[in-house]
Design a protein around this ligand. Structure first.
Ligand code: IMP
Length: 429
């Protein structure tokens, strides 16, 4: 398969970063197509940990990387990341790392609005990452956003900022009771960012067409997860972009026929960070144990992730929405040592079993997970590299996931290291 999309099937943090890193070896190009620095994954460079929020991890393998038009980009964060990578000898030159001219730029007022809104919403807050993601997409939708191409044209940039700044400051001060944006400081800072980043600008759709015509293999990297999708997720407890596979086309400027495979990343249990419904959430010792063993803390905000049993109602929903050609199971090692495991097969709602995630949050709150229980496995599995060598109970757990989702498992991650991976079928081959 030439071009594949990688997406998360749950609420994000499925471990996509490691799998993208692994599969980037077989691709020529890696493109991120949505989201911004609300995402985060850990890369290890010469034994040192580095958390990337914007730059695709394919950069470590010298792959051509693109930040797609579907993204929202905080230029300060991008510059900081590229400087760190550069210091570590990674090529982040404008030839290697390109930014779509049509990507939207996160401005200081977006971040201020995001944080101030969360504050005034009190216990009704979404639990956003506070990075200005929602307010930036909001301006994109109302046609008042600043695109990368606008940022790097000083006259256009000035005109666009002048047209909006009074309204933003009025809203910040009078409604949100927040500090306002210092116009001069912002202009100075962003003019500097524009100069630094201008050489990276690209017409992404043209670049994609040329690459496809030249027979290059492209990996489209999604951020967050299917149930954080603005249309299909547990709205309003979602992010502000489309996280499903179809958005790889929009967010990178290619047509559906240019996508040949979709890999859904499935964490072996479920986690969620921030507020919102979570039917299989565990509030007991087992939940704490998974949280600790899985080091379930957000890579962006450091928040403790909520943990629960694997929910195949979510996975089948993700199947309908993304049409995955294969699944990758991650963090399977974290479940080792538990006496028993549960998989949610259905929800019970008003006395009936249902197989969908209700759109109404009131209905979803009433859904009770229906479980099947499996014996656990005491064995360590991180050293295992072949499916056949996994303990019998681990294989039973995996087999049941395949049956309940009707999607073949192509890879299994049994530890955080790149080599701690079992490949059943390489999605690119
Ligand atoms: P926002 O994307 O910062 O607006 O946050 C909206 C919701 O999405 C919050 O519940 C966040 O915790 C969640 N979220 C955003 N990005 C990620 C991610 O990369 N992983 C997991 N959750 C995320």
């Amino acid at each position: 398969m030439s071009n594949i999309v990688i997406i998360g099937t749950q609420w994000g943090d499925e471990g996509k970063g490691k799998i993208v890193d692994h599969l980037a070896e077989f691709a020529d190009i890696v493109v991120r197509f949505q989201g911004g620095n609300n995402a985060g994954h850990t890369m290890v460079i010469s034994g040192r940990k580095f958390i990337s929020h914007l730059v695709p991890s394919g950069i470590l393998q010298g792959k051509q990387c693109y930040l797609g038009n579907g993204m929202v980009i905080d230029p300060a964060v991008l510059i900081e990341e590229t400087e760190k990578l550069d210091k570590n000898g990674i090529d982040v030159s404008p030839e290697k790392l390109k930014i779509s001219e049509k990507a939207h730029i996160i401005m200081p007022y977006h971040k201020m609005i995001d944080k101030a809104r969360e504050e005034i919403n009190g216990d009704k807050k979404i639990g956003t990452t506070g990075r200005g993601i929602g307010p930036c997409y909001e301006d994109k939708a109302t046609r008042r956003g600043i695109r990368f191409i606008d940022l790097i044209d000083p006259d256009v940039f000035k005109e666009k900022v002048n047209a909006i700044i009074d309204e933003k400051n009025f809203y910040l001060k009078s409604f949100l009771k927040s500090e306002t944006t210092d116009l001069r400081q912002m202009m100075d800072e962003y003019t500097g960012y524009a100069k630094r980043l201008a050489p990276h600008a690209v017409n992404l759709s043209v670049a994609m067409r040329q690459a496809i015509d030249a027979g290059k293999k492209i990996l489209f990297e999604g951020a967050q997860g299917t149930h954080l999708d603005i249309d299909h997720g547990t709205y309003p407890y979602v992010t502000s972009s489309n996280t499903v596979a179809g958005n790889a086309c929009n967010g990178a400027g290619v047509g559906p026929r240019d996508i040949h495979g979709v890999v859904g990343i499935v964490k072996a249990y479920t986690t969620r960070v921030g507020a919102g419904p979570f039917p299989t959430e565990l509030f007991d010792e087992i939940g704490n144990r998974i949280q600790e063993k899985g080091a379930e803390f957000g890579a962006t905000t450091g928040r403790r992730r909520r943990c629960g049993w694997l929910d195949t109602v979510l996975l089948r929903n993700a199947g309908r929405l993304n049409s995955p050609t294969g699944h990758v199971i991650t963090k399977l090692d974290v479940l080792g040592g538990l006496e028993f495991l549960k998989i949610c097969t259905h929800y019970e709602f008003q006395g009936k079993n249902i197989d969908e995630v209700p759109a109404s949050l009131t209905a979803l709150a009433q859904c009770k997970p229906v479980y099947e229980t499996f014996p656990g496995w005491p064995e360590e599995i991180s050293h295992i590299r072949k499916y056949k060598d996994l303990p019998k109970n681990t294989k039973n757990y995996l087999k049941r996931i395949e049956e309940l989702t009707n999607v073949p498992i192509q890879m299994i991650s049994v530890g955080s290291g790149r080599e701690e991976t079992i490949v059943i079928k390489n999605p690119f081959k």
